[in-house]
Design a protein around this ligand. Structure first.
Ligand SMILES: NC(=O)c1ccc[n+]([C@@H]2O[C@H](COP(=O)([O-])OP(=O)(O)OC[C@H]3O[C@@H](n4cnc5c(N)ncnc54)[C@H](OP(=O)(O)O)[C@@H]3O)[C@@H](O)[C@H]2O)c1
Length: 351
């Protein structure tokens, strides 16, 4: 009997969503193929009401799923959850009363909170869920019962806004090898209920999701691109070009190109930009991102795969953010960031 009174948390498997169980990585299912039935009568605890936990909790609520939020004492986000009408309990209590426990905590906090507050109160059939593969891929938690990953490919506020307009974002889905097969149907239902099946729900593994997510962040999104912007800006300024001018060319216009990439792909972007921009990019781009850069990227990927990055990340957290504050300060004091502070209020007055 489930904690919410339903006979068997995983009793609703219908074997119809996927053509094969377990579905192989690369399988894609569409929203219309997924039923919310497996969630019926179950209670979901959302542990952590930050950016992603809030989006999951509110979207689940709108999908008609019973939700309880788990927060630590004195939590600001717990207060916000209460103000937004959520049922809020202490982390252990919320985990104890729920059938599905979603760990929506920062990666560096999940091991301790799961071990001390959550695991001791779970029943063997409690389903544990995550929105990112880190905790399983790098052994932050051990759970022999059912466990799934429903990772929205979008930021939390974006997921919330898109779902409110009747849409959502694509999602990645995984289930641990030791989970009962019925976990797949429940996981797919969960992904649909939070709005991460739009454009397809893609089957992957915890490890693939985690490593590709971290590599994308480091090589491109939050690492490579930012360093590229910094370097291009510095070189223009060194060459005697005005900082505002350099800011517009190297940072502001990035959005115009990424919007085209996002909507039309690389070839679609090329066909919509000027002939000069296209020729310049195709002939000069490979000189900037050359074999040396690719060698560095491979090294970064190897560090992630070996667990070295995870160890570095957790160690700096245990050591009062050693190192990261100096790096943040260097970035905040850069000429590029300061140019942004001058330009942005003109472009977005009053914000
Ligand atoms: N942010 C995104 O858009 C995004 C995108 C994809 C995946 N994810 C994944 O979603 C998960 C949550 O990330 P997030 O960005 O939503 O995190 P976040 O905004 O930093 O929120 C973390 C939440 O956890 C709570 N928390 C922190 N430490 C805690 C502790 N020791 N005990 C109890 N509660 C604690 C915080 O509450 P307090 O108010 O008490 O500090 C807050 O509610 C992560 O696995 C992340 O990788 C996030």
């Amino acid at each position: 009997m489930s904690r919410s009174g339903r006979p068997g948390i995983l009793s609703f498997m219908n074997n119809k969503i996927f053509s094969q169980y377990p579905p192989p990585a690369g399988t894609v299912v569409e929203a219309h193929e997924i039923s919310l039935h497996p969630l019926q009568g179950l209670k979901v605890a959302i542990i952590g009401y930050g950016t992603m936990g809030r989006a999951h909790a509110l979207n689940l609520h709108h999908s008609g799923v019973q939700v309880v939020v788990g927060s630590r004492a004195g939590s600001k986000t717990g207060e916000k959850a209460k103000a937004e009408g959520m049922d809020v309990l202490a982390v252990a209590k919320a985990s104890e009363v729920a059938d599905v426990v979603m760990l929506m905590l920062p990666d560096e906090a999940v091991a301790k909170v799961f071990k001390e507050d959550i695991k001791p109160v779970l029943s063997p059939e409690t389903v544990v869920g995550l929105a990112h593969g880190f905790a399983i891929a790098f052994d932050q938690i051990q759970w022999a019962g059912p466990c799934f990953l429903a990772a929205p490919k979008g930021q939390g506020d974006m997921l919330l806004a898109a779902f409110a307009q009747g849409g959502g974002v694509p999602g990645l889905l995984a289930v641990t090898d030791s989970s009962p097969l019925a976990t797949w149907d429940l996981a797919a239902a969960y992904a649909k209920a939070v709005g991460c099946v739009v454009g397809g729900l893609f089957v992957t593994t915890f490890r693939q999701e985690c490593i590709s997510d971290q590599f994308g962040e480091q090589a491109v999104l939050c690492g490579g691109v930012i360093e590229l912007l910094q370097s291009a800006f510095d070189i223009m300024v060194e060459g005697g070009y005005g900082e505002e001018n350099a800011y517009f060319e190297c940072v502001h216009e990035l959005k115009l190109i990424t919007d085209l990439l996002h909507r039309y792909g690389i070839d679609g972007m090329r066909s919509r930009i000027s002939g000069t921009a296209s020729f310049g990019g195709l002939t000069r781009g490979p000189r900037i991102i050359n074999d040396d850069v690719r060698r560095n990227m491979r090294e970064v990927l190897t560090e992630i795969e070996s667990g070295q990055f995870a160890r570095d990340f957790l160690a700096q957290h245990d050591d009062s953010q050693k190192g990261i504050e100096a790096l943040r300060a260097r970035e905040e004091n850069s000429a590029l960031v300061k140019a942004g502070h001058r330009v942005l209020p003109r472009l977005h007055p009053g914000k």
